[in-house]
Design a protein around this ligand. Structure first.
Ligand SMILES: [Zn+2]
Length: 288
């Protein structure tokens, strides 16, 4: 490119960048492909100035390839401009990271890359936090913790309850019926199975204080049954109500976890139901 043409185009880019007119994007995008590194750099900077005026995805699509430009200043200005598009530039983060970690990269490029990366990450966080998220399954609003947990595990948004249910479904547990059960023990506690009701009634009749937690929990990646906790005795009771292989594997792991944590656990099974009082009282007696 001859010097005269280049200077003319530099002036044109300046004009477009300062013009605050979103319609300038296609022309600047074309100049990002110029044979002159100077023009590519200035065009990238010009696009950055149009943040908020142009469709961010279109701008990011033009700027991101420039991170691989042969000219360091073109990479630098592309990074700076990407930072101006905030959360929309999220997909450029891996490229920015690569540049930052590249030992051969110029320090001044790295500084711009770093600043842009921080800006984009913050924008992504703010966007995710300020958006009200709803469970994809039941529609309730989810908390930030629930959002993070389910995104990480399923790349979907679930409330904790649906998270656990989906988790169980995926492990082929046939728990739908179980989950919907609400059986009332004599003291009014609502439980999910007849075995648990029996345990409540035995504890209640014996005057043993207990807490019942009806939620499914996932600990270290596997599902566990509802807990009874006896605060005065510091003892846990688990009623292992299902009979699938997966469930049994989970049960053994869970029992081991209790052991490793030094917690005292009483395990009860469907076969104990006819003699729940005797079995439970005997196992409690053995712990004393
Ligand atoms: Zn839900």
């Amino acid at each position: 490119m001859d010097r005269h043409t280049e200077l003319k185009l530099v002036a044109r880019i300046m004009e477009l960048g300062e013009g605050a007119d979103g319609a300038a994007l296609p022309e600047l995008a074309q100049l990002c492909g110029s044979s002159s590194a100077r023009l590519r750099r200035l065009a990238a900077a010009g696009i950055g100035k149009l943040a908020g005026l142009v469709p961010p995805d279109a701008a990011v699509a033009v700027l991101q390839p420039l991170l691989a430009d042969t000219h360091p200043q073109a990479r630098q200005y592309a990074a700076k401009a990407l930072g101006a598009f905030g959360a929309a530039a999220e997909k450029a983060l891996p490229d920015l990271r690569d540049l930052y970690r590249n030992p051969a990269e110029k320090d001044y490029v790295k500084r711009s890359v770093y600043t842009a990366g921080i800006t984009i990450k913050k924008a992504v966080e703010i966007a995710a936090a300020s958006r009200v998220q709803h469970c994809r399954r039941c529609g309730v609003k989810v908390s930030a913790d629930e959002f993070a947990r389910s995104q990480k595990a399923f790349q979907r948004v679930f409330c904790d309850r649906c998270f656990d249910e989906v988790y169980l479904e995926r492990r082929n547990f046939d728990t739908t019926v179980e989950l919907n059960k609400t059986i009332q023990a004599k003291d009014g506690t609502l439980v999910q199975s007849d075995g648990e009701r029996l345990i409540c009634d035995v504890l209640n009749a014996a005057g043993i204080v207990y807490r019942y937690d009806e939620r499914f929990r996932i600990i270290e990646g596997f599902a566990i049954r509802p807990d009874f906790y006896l605060p005065e005795l510091d003892v846990y009771i688990e009623y292992w109500g299902m009979d699938t292989t997966d469930y049994k594997i989970g049960m053994l792991k869970k029992q081991k976890l209790y052991q490793q944590e030094g917690k005292r656990l009483i395990s009860l099974y469907p076969k104990d139901r006819p003699r729940m009082r005797e079995v439970l009282m005997q196992k409690l007696g053995m712990l004393k």
